[in-house]
Design a binder for this molecule. Structure first.
Ligand code: ADP
Ligand code: MG
Length: 570
């Protein structure tokens, strides 16, 4: 070896390695899934690059992943003939963490094993998970297209540093050798490994091969023939077909779940998914997943999002964010289409009319899937709403065309339930509207208690009219964009004239008129003395206990918005 250098890991890598080894101890077999997942990504990247440069195959076009082990040496080897890495790429990819917000993420970890493993799961640990079971990891790799002499040998004990040297490597791609820790020898076992491959990596679209276990042969005396040379063949352990191309009825939930983990880099299960093949005008297959939990970087504008794009089963790109609107950025999945060309680029995606059609079809698909979930499984939907409801609230402004559908997905706290939980849909609200009510009443406040105790609600309570209580930061802004749902206007109870007259009895009207006459003098005096503070003073029937309340004009900005603008210095 020449040019052997020692490099320190980026601080974040060191922290992650340390935390991961401790918190993922009870899930240690996931390292195999991560390494196979990377090998599969590498194969797909090669196939993509080779579309424009066929020589990258170097006469070896059968892409595969091989797993082998050595019981004596206590090693486990995962090898692929994918794209490989150059020296610089090795240093970057296996020495740093390229995810934005990593240090912030790491600072959230508590040291509590079960909490941390949840968090780390959403973060995704990838390659570094090999150090859960190995006390030394070696990587031999050569980038497709580079000469054999430009192979790279990377070694690390997973502590502070790694060393990197040159190595002659005939075959293109990456071989990873794990030197198993004391106590982890059980991974150097054909039966166990086959089980793990089937469990975690069955959906990988290229073959995962292992050497056939030699069946012992016996001589005439019945003695096992230990020394007889046996021809050892490879056999494919997984199904080796792209999961989404298979028919729905042949795919188990477990297979969908593992596939989700592969494409999402999430350790948790998806909450639900939809797998559809569309033929005719447009031809595509989509497999869309709703995660169970929000990722750590849901609110990071830079965070990767979007679907994995395939054209006629050839992987084209990750994070194709043209296929879903921003307010559905939490969705994961795959879109495989015949309606785009194999040499489509990000720039072309932004202009292609077929992309718009796919985007609107997929958006509807997701919204319908969520509406169905809300109907069929309210409990799951409640958990979805907790994780992603706030993001969905960006929807009505971003996606005018789907407003009604998005509104159907909303859940609010309400005076009807008396609980802070956001679990009342607009349809629930409407179904409870008494005869004569034609508006959807709501109040926006900083928090639930303020909303619930708002003096504006007194008259509604008295009349038994339900009011939605909105307390999320985004609510005021969202409601300022909305006019109606199901042909019923939204009405902020703190704004303008409330025409609850329909709901008023004749007697109440009489009482009000008399009061107005009697109090006209007071009203005039109040108007005069508050002239520079309020626009008007009116007698009201809104209040039952409080003597007075402030009301905003119909066109005024809501209180939350005012506070946000004031905080921003406007
Ligand atoms: P992720 O897969 O989420 O990117 P990983 O930690 O699993 O994160 O891998 C980090 C990076 O290392 C990959 O993005 C890839 O660039 C590179 N890499 C890992 N394994 C391989 C492999 N077998 N072949 C080529 N590149 C690889
Ligand atoms: Mg990975």
């Amino acid at each position: 070896e020449t040019r052997t250098e020692t490099h320190g890991f980026q601080t974040e890598v060191k922290q992650l390695l340390h935390l991961m080894i401790h918190s993922l101890y009870s899930n240690k077999d996931i390292f195999l899934r991560e390494l196979i997942s990377n090998a599969s990504d590498a194969a797909e990247k090669l196939r993509f690059e080779a579309l424009s440069n066929g020589s990258l195959y170097e006469n070896d076009g059968d892409l595969k992943i091989s797993i082998s082990f050595d019981k004596e040496a206590k090693t486990l080897t995962i090898e692929d003939n994918g794209i490989g890495m150059s020296r610089d790429e090795v240093i970057e990819h296996l020495g740093t963490i390229a995810k934005s917000g990593t240090s912030q993420f790491l600072s959230q970890l508590t040291g509590d094993q079960s909490k941390d493993s949840q968090l780390i799961g959403q973060f995704g640990v990838g390659f570094y998970s090999s150090f859960i079971v190995a006390d030394q990891v070696e990587v031999f790799t050569r980038k497709a297209g580079l000469p054999a002499a430009e192979g790279v040998h990377w070694v690390s004990e997973g502590e502070g540093e790694f060393s990197i040297g040159d190595v002659e490597k005939e075959g293109r791609g990456t071989r990873i050798v794990l030197h198993l820790k004391e106590g982890e020898e059980s991974f150097a076992d054909g039966f166990a490994l086959r089980g793990l491959v089937r469990k975690y990596s069955d959906h990988i679209s290229i073959p995962v091969v292992m050497q056939k276990e030699a069946t012992p042969t016996f001589d005439e005396e019945g003695e096992e023939e230990k020394d007889k040379a046996v021809e050892l063949e490879d056999e494919t352990v997984n199904s080796a077909t792209a999961l989404w191309t298979r028919s729905k009825s042949d795919i188990t939930d477990e297979e969908y779940q593992e596939f989700y983990k592969h494409i999402s880099h999430d350790f948790g299960n998806p909450l639900t998914w939809a797998h559809n093949r569309v033929e005719g005008n447009m031809e595509y297959t989509s497999l869309l997943f709703v995660p169970e939990r929000a990722p750590y970087d849901l609110w990071n504008r830079e965070a990767p999002r979007g679907l994995k794009l395939y054209v006629q089963r050839v992987f084209i790109m990750d994070q194709a964010d043209e296929f879903l609107p921003l307010y559905l950025r939490f969705m994961k999945g795959v879109i495989d289409t015949k309606d785009l060309s194999l040499n489509v680029s990000r720039e072309i995606l932004q202009k292609d009319a077929n992309v718009d059609k796919l985007r609107s079809a997929l958006t509807k698909r997701v919204l319908d899937m969520l509406i169905k979930l809300g109907k069929n499984d309210p409990e799951k939907y409640a958990s979805f709403w907790k994780e992603f409801g706030q993001v969905l609230k960006e929807g009505p402004a971003e996606d005018y065309a789907n407003r009604e559908k998005i509104l159907k997905l909303m859940r609010f706290s309400s005076t009807h339930t008396g609980s802070e939980e956001q679990n009342v849909s607009l349809d629930d609200y409407i179904s409870r509207m008494p005869e004569g009510q034609d508006k959807i009443y709501f109040v926006v406040a900083d928090n639930y208690n303020t909303a619930k105790n708002s003096p504006h609600l007194e008259i509604f309570r008295k009349k038994g009219i339900e009011v939605l209580l909105m307390t999320d930061r985004i609510d005021d802004w969202m409601m300022s964009q909305l006019h109606n749902y199901d042909e019923k206007a939204f009405q902020d109870v703190t704004k303008g004239q409330l025409d609850l007259d329909d709901a008023q009895t004749e007697e109440e009207k009489k009482v009000q008129e008399e009061a107005a006459k009697e109090l006209s003098g007071l009203v005039e005096r109040l108007k005069a003395s508050l002239a520079d503070k309020v626009a008007d003073v009116r007698i009201t029937t809104r209040l039952t206990d409080s003597p007075a309340c402030l009301v905003l004009g119909e066109q005024d900005m809501g209180l939350q918005m005012r506070q946000i603008m004031e905080a921003a210095g406007q």
